[in-house]
Design a protein around this ligand. Structure first.
Ligand SMILES: [Zn+2]
Length: 194
C-alpha cells in the first residue's frame, strides 16, 4: 500500500497543530537544501531562526518505502515528535548557532589545508604550522560532534512528550543517533587522511 501524499501531509500538519507550540511547518516536495546540516539529505529539520519545521516529501517517500505498511503512520508520528522535541528545547537556538559556527570553522580549516597543499608555494609549507592547524581541526571536530549529539539527545528526550508510539519512538531515536555517529565516522576518516 502506498500512502497517499495528501494523507501524509495532513498527518504532519495535525500533529504539529496538536502540539500547541508556536511554530510553522514548510513541506517541500524535494530536498531541504538550505537547512541540510551535514552530509545527508534531511527528512525533517527544525530551524530555530524562523521557528519552522522543514519537511522533505521526497525523503519521506524514500523512508516509507523501507517501512512495513502497518508501521508507516507510526513512523511519521515519531519523525514529527522528534522535531517537536527540537522545537521545545529551550537551548536549541544557542546550540544550533554554536553548531553552525563550528561547522563553518571546520570547513574553512579543511579548505585552508587542502588549498595550501595544492598551491604553487607548496614548497614553503611549514610543517610545524600544519600540525598546529590539524590540532585545531581535531578540536573543532570534537566540539562539533559533541554539540550535535547533545542537540539530538535533548530532542530525543523532549520528543517523548509528543510521541504516540513510545516503543517505536525509542527505536527511531536510536537509529537517528546511529546515523549521526556514522556521519562523524566519515569526518574522522577525513581527519585521518588529511
Ligand atoms: Zn534531530
Amino acid at each position: 500500500m502506498v500512502m497517499q501524499m495528501e494523507r501524509i501531509k495532513k498527518l504532519i500538519i495535525e500533529k504539529i497543530q496538536k502540539s500547541n507550540l508556536d511554530i510553522k511547518v514548510v513541506i517541500k516536495e524535494d530536498v531541504i537544501s538550505s537547512t541540510n546540516q551535514l552530509l545527508l539529505e534531511s527528512t525533517a529539520n527544525y530551524e530555530p531562526l524562523d521557528k519552522t519545521i522543514y519537511i522533505s516529501m521526497k525523503k519521506i517517500k524514500e523512508m516509507l518505502s523501507t517501512i512495513e505498511d502497518n508501521e508507516k503512520v507510526a513512523y511519521i508520528d515519531c519523525l514529527i515528535a522528534h522535531e517537536l522535541g527540537h522545537a521545545s528545547d529551550v537551548e536549541v537556538e544557542r546550540s544550533w548557532n554554536e553548531f553552525k559556527k563550528t561547522k563553518e570553522t571546520w570547513r574553512n580549516l579543511v579548505y585552508y589545508i587542502v588549498l595550501k597543499r595544492t598551491s604553487y608555494d607548496n614548497t614553503i609549507t611549514n610543517e610545524i604550522y600544519d600540525a598546529e592547524v590539524l590540532k585545531q581541526l581535531y578540536g573543532v571536530y570534537v566540539t562539533m560532534k559533541t554539540i550535535n549529539l547533545e542537540l539530538e539527545s535533548r530532542a530525543g528526550e523532549l520528543g517523548r512528550n509528543f510521541s504516540d508510539h513510545p516503543t517505536m519512538y525509542e527505536k527511531f531515536n536510536e537509529n537517528n543517533r546511529l546515523t549521526y555517529l556514522r556521519i562523524y565516522k566519515v569526518f574522522e576518516e577525513i581527519l585521518n587522511i588529511i
